[in-house]
Design a protein. Structure first.
Length: 124
Protein backbone atom coordinates (compact mmCIF):
# COMPACT_ATOMS: atom_id res chain seq x y z
CA UNK A 1 0.00 0.00 0.00
CA UNK A 2 1.39 3.39 -0.95
CA UNK A 3 1.30 6.34 1.35
CA UNK A 4 0.03 9.65 0.04
CA UNK A 5 2.70 12.20 -0.69
CA UNK A 6 2.84 14.94 1.87
CA UNK A 7 3.43 18.52 0.98
CA UNK A 8 6.06 20.24 3.10
CA UNK A 9 4.57 22.71 5.53
CA UNK A 10 6.65 25.84 5.42
CA UNK A 11 6.08 28.74 7.84
CA UNK A 12 4.77 30.81 4.91
CA UNK A 13 2.23 28.13 4.02
CA UNK A 14 1.20 27.82 7.68
CA UNK A 15 0.61 31.58 7.76
CA UNK A 16 -1.56 31.49 4.63
CA UNK A 17 -3.55 28.48 5.85
CA UNK A 18 -4.02 30.04 9.29
CA UNK A 19 -5.43 33.21 7.70
CA UNK A 20 -7.75 31.24 5.43
CA UNK A 21 -8.88 29.11 8.37
CA UNK A 22 -9.67 32.18 10.46
CA UNK A 23 -11.71 33.74 7.64
CA UNK A 24 -13.54 30.45 7.06
CA UNK A 25 -14.33 30.02 10.78
CA UNK A 26 -15.71 33.54 11.15
CA UNK A 27 -17.88 33.18 8.03
CA UNK A 28 -19.06 29.70 9.07
CA UNK A 29 -20.43 31.10 12.32
CA UNK A 30 -21.96 34.18 10.70
CA UNK A 31 -23.55 32.04 7.97
CA UNK A 32 -24.89 29.61 10.57
CA UNK A 33 -26.40 32.42 12.64
CA UNK A 34 -28.08 34.03 9.66
CA UNK A 35 -29.40 30.65 8.55
CA UNK A 36 -30.97 30.21 11.99
CA UNK A 37 -32.44 33.72 11.74
CA UNK A 38 -33.79 32.80 8.31
CA UNK A 39 -35.40 29.62 9.68
CA UNK A 40 -37.07 31.57 12.49
CA UNK A 41 -38.23 34.17 9.98
CA UNK A 42 -39.74 31.51 7.70
CA UNK A 43 -41.53 29.80 10.59
CA UNK A 44 -42.98 33.12 11.73
CA UNK A 45 -43.82 34.30 8.22
CA UNK A 46 -45.53 31.13 6.95
CA UNK A 47 -46.73 29.25 10.02
CA UNK A 48 -47.37 31.76 12.80
CA UNK A 49 -48.46 35.01 11.20
CA UNK A 50 -50.98 33.76 8.57
CA UNK A 51 -53.29 31.91 11.01
CA UNK A 52 -53.28 34.95 13.27
CA UNK A 53 -53.98 37.27 10.32
CA UNK A 54 -50.87 39.31 11.04
CA UNK A 55 -48.79 40.73 8.22
CA UNK A 56 -45.08 39.92 8.41
CA UNK A 57 -42.80 42.90 9.02
CA UNK A 58 -41.08 44.31 5.96
CA UNK A 59 -37.59 43.74 7.35
CA UNK A 60 -38.13 39.96 7.14
CA UNK A 61 -37.08 40.01 3.50
CA UNK A 62 -33.78 41.62 4.50
CA UNK A 63 -32.79 38.51 6.49
CA UNK A 64 -32.98 36.30 3.38
CA UNK A 65 -31.07 38.78 1.24
CA UNK A 66 -28.31 39.26 3.82
CA UNK A 67 -28.02 35.51 4.33
CA UNK A 68 -27.69 35.03 0.57
CA UNK A 69 -24.82 37.51 0.29
CA UNK A 70 -23.10 36.15 3.38
CA UNK A 71 -23.46 32.62 1.99
CA UNK A 72 -21.69 33.67 -1.20
CA UNK A 73 -18.80 35.08 0.81
CA UNK A 74 -18.81 31.86 2.89
CA UNK A 75 -18.50 29.84 -0.33
CA UNK A 76 -15.51 31.96 -1.29
CA UNK A 77 -13.82 31.36 2.07
CA UNK A 78 -14.46 27.61 1.77
CA UNK A 79 -12.81 27.60 -1.65
CA UNK A 80 -9.94 29.76 -0.38
CA UNK A 81 -9.25 27.38 2.51
CA UNK A 82 -9.71 24.36 0.26
CA UNK A 83 -7.13 25.62 -2.22
CA UNK A 84 -4.62 26.52 0.47
CA UNK A 85 -5.14 23.24 2.37
CA UNK A 86 -5.32 21.27 -0.91
CA UNK A 87 -8.62 19.59 -0.12
CA UNK A 88 -10.28 17.13 -2.45
CA UNK A 89 -13.28 18.67 -4.29
CA UNK A 90 -15.68 16.45 -2.29
CA UNK A 91 -14.52 18.12 0.92
CA UNK A 92 -15.12 21.55 -0.64
CA UNK A 93 -18.66 20.64 -1.64
CA UNK A 94 -19.58 19.14 1.73
CA UNK A 95 -18.14 22.15 3.53
CA UNK A 96 -20.11 24.54 1.34
CA UNK A 97 -23.32 22.54 1.75
CA UNK A 98 -22.95 22.82 5.53
CA UNK A 99 -23.90 26.47 5.09
CA UNK A 100 -27.42 25.56 3.92
CA UNK A 101 -28.34 23.05 6.64
CA UNK A 102 -29.20 24.64 9.99
CA UNK A 103 -26.62 24.03 12.74
CA UNK A 104 -24.37 21.92 10.46
CA UNK A 105 -22.07 24.86 9.71
CA UNK A 106 -21.16 25.02 13.42
CA UNK A 107 -20.48 21.27 13.62
CA UNK A 108 -18.49 21.06 10.39
CA UNK A 109 -16.52 24.21 11.20
CA UNK A 110 -15.19 22.54 14.35
CA UNK A 111 -14.31 19.37 12.43
CA UNK A 112 -12.57 21.22 9.58
CA UNK A 113 -10.71 23.44 12.06
CA UNK A 114 -9.38 20.42 13.94
CA UNK A 115 -8.36 18.70 10.67
CA UNK A 116 -6.49 21.75 9.38
CA UNK A 117 -4.82 22.53 12.73
CA UNK A 118 -3.57 18.94 12.95
CA UNK A 119 -2.49 18.69 9.30
CA UNK A 120 -0.54 21.96 9.32
CA UNK A 121 0.73 21.96 12.89
CA UNK A 122 -1.09 25.17 13.78
CA UNK A 123 -1.34 26.01 17.45
CA UNK A 124 -4.75 27.12 18.57
Amino acid sequence: MTTPTTIPVTPERQRRVRGALTRYSVLAYITGLFLLFLCVEMILKYLVFPPMDIEAPGWFSVVAIVHGWIFLVYCGTCLDLGVKARWAPVKWVTTILAGVIPVLSFVLERRRRNEVVEAFGLEQ
